[in-house]
Write a protein that binds this ligand. Structure first.
Ligand code: ASP
Length: 293
């Protein structure tokens, strides 16, 4: 039986050096909340959701509270969650402001009628399933406004906010789950959807292989199918090699930039990035939490 474990990321990108420990601390807290859920006997999917939700609630990260703004200064949120036992998936794209898009994505998964809702239809689905829309001012931070202002002034790296969040968990029964949530890219055109809500690109989980949450430039990640590729590689190589090889291939095949976290079915966790930074944390039952950036 595998030892339950959670790994989270706080987004690939280029977080200022002085702020990186803060991001890693946020990741550690989220991973520990996920581990506590596994300790209580919750399934991997709930642990991944709890960890992802904690990161959405932390205004440091580009998801939920603190999400980045599109070209018109509005929030359009993307999220997806996948349960590796039966390859169940739930996703939302271009969701208007709701506090925890990952929970709406999970409601889509549990509802089982469709696997993804977008825009106004996603909001309607959320309201019909008991979620309350929030005033944008409750989720928009000064930092997000400043990032958009810098983008409009042309001095931010074109469109890439970084700090997307994700979590992957494995429980004692060997079930794997992955969850990813983001505001997307700064100054994106209205209606733009990145890799985050797309199965195989931003999120993938399959009990037969493992689980992965990806982050980086969505336009490249979705062309390559990063999360699924990383999980497929687990069939041939170790988690560490699979993570690094998938990122190397992303770069080679589509000039992609990003990062990922990965857990294999035995509970080996790994991460890789080809960006300046990516905060991460790993919390395994019975071990000290590890974290870094
Ligand atoms: N992958 C996200 C997107 O393109 C952004 C990120 O991970 O930073 O929407």
């Amino acid at each position: 039986m595998p030892v339950p474990i959670v790994i989270v990321h706080g987004g690939a990108g280029a977080v200022e050096e002085a702020r990186r420990p803060l991001h890693a601390a946020g990741c550690a807290k989220a991973a520990e909340l996920g581990r506590a859920a596994l300790e209580r006997g919750e399934r991997a999917i709930e642990a991944a959701l709890i960890a992802c939700e904690a990161l959405e609630n932390d205004p440091l990260f580009n998801a939920g509270h603190g999400a980045c703004l599109n070209a018109e200064g509005a929030l359009e949120l993307d999220a997806s969650v996948m349960d590796g036992e039966h390859l169940e998936l739930g996703a939302v794209a271009c969701l208007p402001p709701f506090r925890n898009p990952i929970r709406v994505a999970d409601a889509v998964r549990r509802d089982r009628v469709h696997t993804m809702y977008a825009c106004a239809g996603a909001a309607r689905f959320a309201i019909e399933h008991g979620f309350e829309p929030v005033d944008p001012s409750e989720l928009i931070t000064d930092a997000a406004r400043e990032r958009l202002a810098r983008f409009r002034a042309g001095d931010a790296e074109r469109g890439w906010a970084g700090s997307t969040v994700g979590a992957v968990a494995l429980d004692a029964s060997g079930h794997v789950a992955a969850a990813t949530s983001t505001g997307g890219t700064v100054g994106k055109r209205p209606g733009r959807v990145g890799d985050t809500p797309l199965a195989g690109a931003g999120t993938w989980a399959d009990d037969l292989r493992g689980g992965c949450s990806a982050t980086g430039v969505g336009e490249q990640i979705m062309r390559f199918g990063l999360a699924r590729r990383a999980c497929d590689l687990l069939h041939e190589v170790s988690a560490e090699t699979a993570a690094q090889r998938a990122i190397d291939e992303l770069e080679r095949r589509v000039g992609g930039r990003g990062g990922l976290i990965l857990i294999d079915r035995e509970g080996h966790a790994a991460f890789a990035r080809n960006t300046e930074s990516m905060s991460w944390a790993i919390a395994r039952l019975g071990e000290d939490t590890r974290w870094g950036f």
